[in-house]
Design a protein around this ligand. Structure first.
Ligand code: MLT
Length: 251
């Protein structure tokens, strides 16, 4: 079977891709998609990504938790922002979180109107995401949220990790895939050291939240794959995946 995998290194280029029949994996490993994966894995009923801070206010008084981050900081007046440490079982289990972030939720919104299916990836769920992608028939676009429409290292590097894990099931790769995978192979033996070169690591260090970076680089601590159903990111039901593929290991 012919299957194509592509990497879009910034949402600014998304218009170039025909994704109506594709699965789009939205990637913002520092920190939006790591926190979303962790929150859904910890039993959040749903996470509703909204594009603007003001849009969160449409959800006040309904028992929702309201989370907003801009430029790495929690927006004043909101329950929390984008730190994975805010997405624990105790905090989000059984709750619905309405979330807006600088780049991640924007990328989710851009993908949702055009893609066949939108899911969320991070190092925390790399293995379960890769195993699931292997079992599907569709083309895959790995959409890096970047930083304010610019390329960033960490999302591209993660996209490369996914390419590396699933490449055997694909027949066509664009040059961004090749570059992303090469970047991953260059960095994989010391992700932390490589990612410390990224501008967002410096931004988070300036805000004294480097432990978030360390947290987001953990491999395969979550099984959940958040999938967008309507406005809600919910846990993808994996019953249909054969046991053998769930136990397979990502290199
Ligand atoms: C984002 O969505 O832009 C990022 O997750 C920013 C952050 O680390 O807070």
């Amino acid at each position: 079977m012919q299957r194509k995998i592509e990497v879009c290194v910034t949402p600014a280029l998304l218009g170039l891709y025909d994704i109506k029949d594709s699965i789009v994996v939205v990637i913002d490993i520092l920190r939006a998609t790591s926190s979303i994966v962790y929150g859904i894995d910890n039993g959040a009923n749903a996470i509703i990504p909204v594009a603007n801070v003001e849009d969160c206010l449409n959800y006040t008084d309904n028992g929702y938790l309201l989370a907003a981050e801009r430029n790495g900081s929690v927006v004043d007046g909101y329950d929390f922002g984008n730190s994975p440490f805010s997405y624990t079982k105790e905090r989000v289990g059984g709750k619905t979180v309405v979330l807006t972030t600088t780049n991640g939720t924007k990328a989710l919104h851009m993908a949702r109107s055009r893609a066949k299916q939108v899911v969320v990836g991070s190092f925390l769920n790399l293995q379960s995401l890769s195993n699931w992608l292997k079992t599907q028939d569709n083309d895959v676009l790995l959409l890096c949220a970047g930083w304010k429409d610019h390329f960033n290292l960490e999302d591209t590097l993660f996209a490369g990790a996914v390419v590396n894990a699933i490449r055997a099931g694909f027949t066509e790769f664009d040059d961004s895939c090749v570059a992303a995978e090469d970047l991953y192979l260059l960095a994989k033996n010391n992700l932390r050291a490589y990612i410390s070169k990224s501008s967002h690591s410096h931004r988070l260090a300036a805000l004294n939240i480097e432990e978030d970076v360390q947290f987001c680089l953990q491999l395969n601590i979550c099984d959940a794959i958040p999938v967008l159903i309507g406005d809600n990111l919910v846990r993808l039901q994996l019953d249909q995946i054969p046991e053998s593929s769930l136990t397979e290991h990502v290199n």
